[in-house]
Design a protein around this ligand. Sequence first.
Ligand code: ZN
Length: 350
Amino acid sequence: MKKTIIRGGLETLYFSGLHHLMRPLVGGVGSILTLHHVRPPRPDAFQPNRLLEVTPVFLEKLLKRLKRSRTEVISLDEMHRRFINNDFKRRFVCLTFDDGYKDFVRWAYPLLRKYQMPFAAYIATSFPDRLGELWWLAVEAVIAQNTRVGLLIDGKQQFFECRSVREKRELYEAIYGYLRSLKTEDELRAVVRDLCATYSVEIASFCRELCMDWQEIIDLAADPLVTIGAHTVNHKMLKKVPDDSAVRAEMEMSRAVLEAALGRRPDHLAYPVGDATSAGPREFRIAAELGFKTAVTTRPGVLFKAHRDHLTALPRISVNGEFQQQRYLKVLMSGAGTAFWNGFRRVNAA
Ligand SMILES: [Zn+2]
């Protein structure tokens, strides 16, 4: 339902041409795109995390279009310089890839090299350390492999049927929503660990199979096109970590570990998950105190000059795998789609 409404809105903005008319008003100075997995489409009917992946064909179309356009693709350092020097002669876009997946190296990296486009990869250091918990994929696996799933909700064991694809999708939505509603990340992890133990899913297997190892990250970092950014150690929704010093340690430790491995200290950070329930004013302040030049959220929006005063609370445009149409992305990058979302507020750092 929600998907249909979003699609309808994007179509209306595109086909009405309204996004062109709105551009001087809402277009800002540039945008940062968020991507996760890049890989060929898979046939499975149950893919609740498909929004996190785009196909290599889609990515290549996007890169080609950017190459032809007047928009410049620049690195995070160059974006930072433009904000500091108030240098906005040309509209820009930054390409960012979160989490450091192996499919990035196989499918996206060759295209970025082909078109010579700078990009950033944000690495949660527990992933190459093989201790990371990609809990959203663990939940997907539990539901995919079972026809009935029991879950401890508010101390009570409840059972859910999930035979058909439709039931599986609904159950995933329900469990995902429940997990995201929990007050702390520790509670969320405890429920998922329990689920994995009950249904024999090894949670560490996902980062082992899907995420780059240290050698791959070291090789990638040697390319001048790449900026390696920090993405915390344990990929927690920081706003759901009660202790300030633990939040600080997540940011600081991931930067120190990356510096030790790569010989270069990352200047840029991405907050895990990154929406308003995962990163807020406390996180923006701590990232600034730690000296990160920029930090990005997943709050939707394009960049305005005013973001100069909020460089650790930058919005991004998610390249959503459910909407792999260049025209949707055009509308989003024009700022028109997100202007409606943000009620025409330019900066949202509260
Ligand atoms: Zn992430």
